[in-house]
Ligand binder design. Structure first.
Ligand code: NDP
Length: 422
């Protein structure tokens, strides 16, 4: 196995190369996915570099535990890389999530078979060239292209692949678990979300308003962490509704390559149809569209693209399908509430449990709510503020296991306890 300091050197070279190619990678991501080039430049590509920086340095700081059984024995833990592991990632944050898996796997000393989504394969291809330039030894990282049912399932069912790190839809996660669990593979599943954003009347209103808009509509709402169910304490409900609708209706849907575009294209016709079908469902369930709700047609370069107006819906019950199922698009619902217990019941009513946001200046309430809410990630007075050392992942049908920090390095290793009698 390549020693840790050499792994560190190679992974740090990759950081430099990703940063060198920031512009071209961001452009490729935008063209491939439909996201704005601005968000690709600000979020996706810098985060891919951070993933490698974080795990390159982490590889230099691993340690093994030792446990003394007083007077009788000393135990020490050996932690060895698993061998060949599989990494499968989705189309919404292509290079960002692809590298979030690959970086810890290589840092831990594994070799990797990795598959990006066939919907957005471009940056994974460009990245493979950077790996060669960085001097990553041949065979350490094997990027394979092809669809999930064909290439993805071949990785999952291969007997020599010891672990699967997967990010994607809950249904796909289920089918992967069905194949991998009886083979006793290690599994890390990061799945869907239907995240609550809970706003109390005592919040810092202006900050909340700006972040709530970002949380609902960033990346066209195609982020698993987006806050798509917005619960507002009744005393400020009408004011919030007025201000939120006004702010959201100023968002510019446009060519993803133009600097002033806020909302780019939906990734595919298939996904566009899914989003529009949920807007129809919301109408059928008795919802009122406060803004948006329609397709946007653009001229010129984007005339064949699939664009959706940022959409806010009110008047739906917390337990209708629109409020229970993941839409994964620029669609948010708003609902009033009166008490903490009531909003907790609404928030926890879904089968998902990925992330939540709580807006309040009342510290005791913030801690109370954080302890009771059923999500793996709780943001208080912020959204998507990430520290890569923290455990990342969901409860319930949002997944199994945690990524981030040393958790991910441990995932890609096998532990062995050695007991030496004194
Ligand atoms: P999918 O589950 O459809 O696909 C994810 C990946 O799995 C793709 O690479 C896909 O390949 C592959 N795949 C599909 N079927 C199989 C299979 N049978 N065996 C192995 N691999 C397979 O998800 P989407 O790409 O549609 O991504 C959106 C979903 O991802 C949303 O539900 C979102 O919430 C979730 N997500 C979760 C995150 C989290 O951290 N919890 C973060 C980001 C997204 P291909 O596309 O080439 O067919």
């Amino acid at each position: 196995m390549t020693p840790a300091d050499e792994r560190f050197e190679i992974l740090m070279r990759l950081v430099g190369l990703i940063e060198r190619d920031l512009e071209s990678l961001a452009l490729a991501e935008s063209v491939d996915n439909g996201k704005t080039v601005a968000i690709a430049k600000r979020l996706d590509i810098p985060r891919a570099a951070s993933n490698f920086r974080f795990y390159a340095t982490a590889a230099m700081h691993t340690f093994d535990e030792s446990h003394e059984t007083t007077g009788q024995a000393i135990n020490y833990t050996l932690r060895h890389p698993l061998g060949v592991v599989g990494c499968i990632s989705p189309w919404n944050l292509p290079l960002y999530l692809f590298t979030w898996k690959i970086a810890p796997a290589i840092a831990a000393g594994c070799t990797v078979v990795a598959k990006p989504s066939e919907v957005t394969p471009m940056t994974a291809y460009l990245f493979s060239k950077l790996c060669i330039e960085a001097g990553l030894p041949a065979g350490v990282l094997n990027i394979v292209h092809g669809t999930g049912p064909k290439v993805g399932s071949a990785i999952v069912s291969h007997k020599d692949v010891k672990a699967i790190s997967f990010t994607g839809g809950t249904k796909t996660g289920e089918s992967i678990a069905r194949v991998a669990a009886p083979m006793f593979k290690k599994l890390s599943l990061e799945l869907g979300g239907k995240n609550p954003n809970i706003i109390f009347a005592d919040c810092n209103y202006d900050e909340m308003l700006a972040e709530t808009r970002r949380a609902a509509f960033a990346n066209q709402g195609e982020i698993c962490l987006c806050g798509s169910r917005i619960f507002v304490e009744r005393p400020i409900y009408e004011q919030f509704k007025r201000d939120f609708v006004e702010q959201v209706s100023t968002l510019k849907v446009g060519d993803p390559l133009e600097a002033d575009t806020d909302v780019g294209a939906i990734v595919s016709k298939q996904h566009f149809d899914k989003i529009m079908s949920y807007i129809e469902l919301a109408r059928a369930e008795g919802g009122t569209i406060l803004t948006g709700g329609e397709q946007v047609h653009l001229d010129g370069r984007c005339s064949d693209g699939w664009f959706v107006e940022p959409t806010i819906i009110e008047g739906l019950s917390y337990d209708c399908r629109t409020n229970q199922e993941e839409i994964f698009g620029p669609v948010a619902t708003i609902m009033p509430f009166d008490t903490e217990d009531e909003v907790l019941a609404y928030a926890n009513s879904v089968r998902y449990g990925l992330s939540s946001t709580i807006w309040t200046e009342n510290l005791s309430r913030a801690h109370r709510m954080a302890a009771k809410i059923e999500t793996g990630i709780v943001w208080i007075n912020c959204w998507l503020l990430r520290d890569l050392r923290t455990p990342f992942g969901g409860m319930k049908n949002s997944g199994v296991g945690r990524e981030g920090g040393f958790e991910a390095l441990k995932f890609f290793t096998e532990e062995k306890n050695v007991c030496v009698k004194l």
